[in-house]
Every structure is written in C-alpha cells, then in structure tokens.
Design a protein around this ligand. Structure first.
Ligand SMILES: [Fe+2]
Ligand SMILES: [Fe+2]
Length: 143
C-alpha cells in the first residue's frame, strides 16, 4: 500500500511538515513490509523506529504547545498518548502473530489516525504557531 505525504497535509510549519513526511514514509515502509511478508526482524525494527520517531515528534509538538501556552494542548497531548498506546498494542499483537487481520488493523487505525490528526489538530496547532511567530516578528520589526 503506497502511503505518501500530500501537500494538503501541510500545517505550514516547516519542522512539523518535515517530521510528518518522515512519519508517513516510515509508516508506508511498515505497511509495505507487512503486506509483502518480509523478514520478521525487519518488520520489528520498522515498528521500533516508528515508535521512537513518533515519541520524538510528539515531544517536539508538546514542547511547542507548552512554550506558547497553546490552549488546546491538553486534548492534543491526550490524542498523542492514545496513538502511542495503540501503536504499542499493535506491536505486541505483531509479536504474537503477524496476520492479514493485523495488517488491515494497522492500515485502518494508524493511517486513519495520522490523516485525521494531522488534518485537524496539527493543522490548528500549525496555524496558531504561525500566528505566534508573526507576532514576534512584528515585535522585532517594531523595535
Ligand atoms: Fe500532534
Ligand atoms: Fe504531528
């Protein structure tokens, strides 16, 4: 299954987009490996990378929400936690048995989550961060 980042997912914040592209690529690689029944260890290390990169990305977004006092940070962070839990559950399911049903579940839960989270919460955060940034730029210009 080809999973590609599209321009429509852009939040307008360069580092968010860069990290989202990486997440899309890695999730795509995981789905591809699962679909074509690659070596178990390879799939396992793809899961591992996705888990650690997700945590790194979520931490970056959460730090930016804290720094700017973003009002939606609680709900946003809760969604991140939900994803981390889902990903860990899917990974342990994979450790038990790699089945077609699991592949479909990964596709449905993770891909849907990504697309919907980026399209809603991350885009709102991106718009807020861009507005904050332009305020600071305005202050610098006015000085
Ligand atoms: Fe997010
Ligand atoms: Fe994000």
């Amino acid at each position: 299954m080809a999973l590609k980042w599209k321009e429509q997912y852009s939040t307008g914040v360069w580092w968010q987009d860069k990290q989202h592209r990486e997440l899309f690529d890695r999730l795509g690689m995981l789905l591809d490996a699962m679909e074509h029944s690659r070596i178990r260890e390879d799939i396992s290390s793809l899961f591992e990378y996705l888990e650690s990169y997700t945590i790194r990305h979520f931490s970056a977004e959460e730090a930016s929400m804290e720094r700017t006092g973003y009002s939606g940070r609680r709900a946003h962070t809760a969604e991140h936690r939900r994803f981390v839990t889902e990903l860990a559950a899917l990974r342990s399911e994979f450790d038990e048995a790699a089945t077609l049903a699991l592949l479909i579940k990964v596709q449905r839960q993770l891909v849907d989550w990504f697309v919907s989270h980026i399209g809603n919460m991350d885009k709102s955060l991106g718009a807020f961060l861009r507005a904050e940034e332009s305020k600071h730029e305005a202050v610098v210009v006015n000085c």
